[in-house]
Ligand binder design. Sequence first.
Ligand code: UD1
Length: 438
Amino acid sequence: MSSFIINGGKILNGKVAVSGAKNSALKIMAASILGSSKVILENIPDIEDVNTMVQVLKTLDAEVKFDRGKNILEINSSAIDSYEAPYELVRKMRASVLVAGPLLSRFGRVKVAVPGGCNIGARQIDLHLKGFEALGASNSIEHGYVISSAGKNTKGCAGTGAHRLTGANINLDFPSRGATENLMMAAVLAKGETTINNAAREAEIIDLADFLISMGADISGVGTDCIKIRGVKKLAGTKYRIMPDSIEAGTFVVAAALCGGIVEIADAIWKNLEIFCLKIKETGIDINRTSDNTIIIKKTAKKLKPVYISTLPYPGFPTDLQPVIAVLLSTAPGISIITENVFENRFMYVEELNRMGANIKIDGHHAVINGVDRLSGAPVKAFDLRAGAAMVLAGLAAEGVTEVYDIYHINRGYERFEKKLGSLGADIKLVNQTDMNV
Ligand code: UD1
């Protein structure tokens, strides 16, 4: 068990660079299953979720080499001889279910543990499964696993190519990112054309499509709500660089807004974060960009203004930055309101933030934030990845010492978080339980 100990109130200054995007890297790693030869991925973040996806791929018998120092990952899927994502790994990381689309597409069968609920909501995979069915697969749920196979043969057709999925018209009830990604990967080797209507439009979807196109896939319309995929017979290995992580960039924006100084955030793509950056501007923070994808935040002498926020799929306000911006709004005088529309259980962190002196009331899927003058340090718990990052930001801004527990959640998605914050002047230390026993 490790924790972060933060001595709050330090001013942040300087430049920090954003790592590769977690939510792009994980999907592109899964998509590497589709390649008949070696895939080389650059800018892979050295985070726990990537380690879990490495384990998933190894379980499937792929060869994987991760050069952490260089952030380069090599995946060779030519020896894959297993089609099962086991419960231990899916339980650890839901994104493990993203191997289903590529396995079904390439080998005609997959067995993947049904992910349960998680700390931010129920998070079903019904849209993924309905889409597989539309592409001609049959799904059954047995002993906690979904078994999908192309055609009627439930034993599947590993390696023979005898059963291929068939292109179809798919209408998603909700622009789910995971479903869009899984179905795009399932359709690339299907026979004929697939259209995904009401598709997700996030930049990570475009990154995944660009990766698949570099392997030889035929995809158009990404970035719109209608994606067209014309199936091809084979995809080859490739070399690809993962896009930078927008949520990490947004996290540093809020850290700087709370504690700058002048902070420059390199590899922060404004277009992917536009509505978030505009909301930050609306609070009165001085936020600007340069032509080389750097965002610059300057502390303003003026009092912050409250704002209203509604989370929505892209291009709406990203739900992943909801807990993070709540910390900033908890110190903006007046009433701010956040409406969470994507996940039903994403305000778990509020009780912890209130223990640090914030004044936030939850009413259904709305948070009513009454800004306070200051937060005060306290021992707090990270409920999930982004809630954990929010606790760290609150600790940076708070008076006194904050200890954030359960930081394994944070390590799932932030590379060298405490080191990057430390390089800007934050007083944050990683403490391992063993250190405390000495
Ligand atoms: C991804 C991101 C996550 C982000 C979320 C929303 C990854 C690894 N995770 O998660 O960080 O918060 O997008 O931007 O990329 N839903 C269903 N049935 C389905 C699929 C989804 O009801 O089959 C619901 C979910 O319960 C949720 C909503 O749709 O309420 C959005 O889910 P989705 O966009 O699929 O999120 P993920 O891909 O799981």
